[in-house]
Design a binder for this molecule. Structure first.
Ligand code: SF4
Ligand code: SF4
Length: 252
């Protein structure tokens, strides 16, 4: 193993395990992770070639795994990713039976540049500017709603109240629950009012806070009447690279 190459790149280069000079369509690169959209990929979404319901946003301050560096950390910049295939992992557009990409002619630029035996073209694309929500959403009503959500439910605000739990107790927990509830209730409301597919909400507002709150070592439980209850995650379920309630996590 070459120790000068980050773990994630080693993994990408070793996909399929055999040294090679051409693609054998083993599908390992599509099964390892899903791509992030670069700026130049925004047109694929605007033209409807990649549907909005197949995307999600990683918001600034959110815990994310970087497959290239092979580590998890806090997103310093917003990014848009293709959704993953649930427990099976890998990109949502990978057809395992056919061993093929279901959007091949419209695949994102990271995919088009990837050759697991030589990552130089991929790295040139990867190091370019990433697409953000404002690159793929043009509707002024949606843009306003996204900005309002971001102002209220940004991760800096969430982190502030998480770290305040120790000193402020109930008050901080109450503020957090208000933010979690707002994020949770806004999604079906926006989908209904604006006649949008509910699956598009992860692109518009990022992943639900009731899920991502796990990065702070916390968990939301629902009580019988529907009320939210905030509890600490057991130590063995805390995410790698996340933080407990006391210290800010590292940024990537
Ligand atoms: S580029 Fe992807 S599909 Fe092609 S050989 Fe490498 S890992 Fe397999
Ligand atoms: S978009 Fe296609 S090529 Fe890219 S990771 Fe997904 S299945 Fe693979």
């Amino acid at each position: 193993m070459d120790e000068s190459i980050p773990d994630g790149k080693q993994e990408m280069m070793q996909s399929g395990h055999e040294p090679r000079t051409e693609c054998i369509r083993c599908g390992q690169c599509c099964l390892n992770s899903s791509p992030t959209l670069q700026k130049e990929d925004a047109r694929l979404v605007l033209e409807g070639r990649i549907p909005r319901d197949a995307l999600y946003t990683v918001r600034v301050g959110e815990l994310v795994h970087d497959p290239v560096e092979g580590r998890s950390g806090i997103a310093a910049k917003e990014m848009i990713k293709l959704k993953e295939r649930g427990q099976r992992g890998g990109c949502v557009f990978y057809d395992a039976e056919e061993r093929a990409c279901r959007i091949y002619p419209s695949r994102p630029s990271q995919c088009a540049a990837l050759a697991c035996w030589d990552l130089s073209a991929f790295m040139r694309v990867y190091e370019g500017a990433k697409a953000q929500r404002t690159d793929v959403i043009e509707d002024p009503t949606l843009l306003r709603l996204m900005a309002e959500h971001e102002e209220r439910c940004n991760y800096e605000e969430i982190a502030h109240w998480v770290w305040a739990i120790e000193e402020q107790g109930e008050k901080a927990v109450k503020e957090l629950l208000n933010l979690l509830r707002f994020d949770h209730d806004l999604r079906p409301l926006a989908a209904r009012r604006l006649n949008l597919d509910a699956a598009c909400m992860d692109l518009l507002f990022g992943r639900p806070l009731v899920e991502t709150i796990g990065m702070f070592g916390l968990e939301v439980k629902r009580e019988a009447g529907g009320a939210f209850l905030l509890t600490a995650l057991p130590r063995d379920r805390r995410a790698e690279g996340g933080s407990g309630a006391r210290k800010p996590p590292a940024r990537i």
